[in-house]
Design a protein around this ligand. Structure first.
Ligand code: 5GP
Ligand code: ZN
Length: 111
């Protein structure tokens, strides 16, 4: 059993502001938001990164459905979904999560 922050949030052992609780996924507000809307969508199963997520097609499909559900719930017409993979790309929590960012203009390409 890995010692994992997001597994503890899924288990309710660490509090989070939950946006939606879905079938196989949980969406909660990022503790340090980078945009007016900054929600993390995580699989309930511990999968370290998007590569591991890809080995579980049901979990991957569920997570994508969760991203769409969050966007609908929050009325987001435009948003960015980011998966950081690996510490050098900014991943700091090794339980895969989609960042859903919105509520302001998001430049592209990112800086
Ligand atoms: P990463 O850097 O791995 O792509 O994203 C991890 C995200 O988790 C960061 O945006 C960070 O602000 C968020 N985070 C870290 N610790 C907590 C926490 O205890 N609760 C919540 N809700 N978010 C957290
Ligand atoms: Zn985990």
């Amino acid at each position: 059993m890995v010692d994992c922050l997001f597994c503890k949030i899924v288990a309710g052992e660490i509090p989070a502001t939950v946006v939606l609780d879905g079938d196989g996924w949980l969406a909660f507000e990022d503790i340090d938001p980078k945009a007016p809307v900054h929600v993390l969508v995580v699989p309930k199963r511990h999968l370290a990164d998007i590569g591991e997520l890809g080995t579980d097609p049901a979990a991957a499909a569920s997570l994508v459905a969760g991203i769409g559900a969050v966007a609908r719930e929050l009325g987001l017409s435009a948003y960015r979904t980011v998966f950081n993979t690996g510490a050098e790309a900014g991943q700091s929590v090794f339980h895969t999560h989609a960042h859903v960012l919105g509520g302001r203009n998001l430049s592209w390409p990112p800086g």
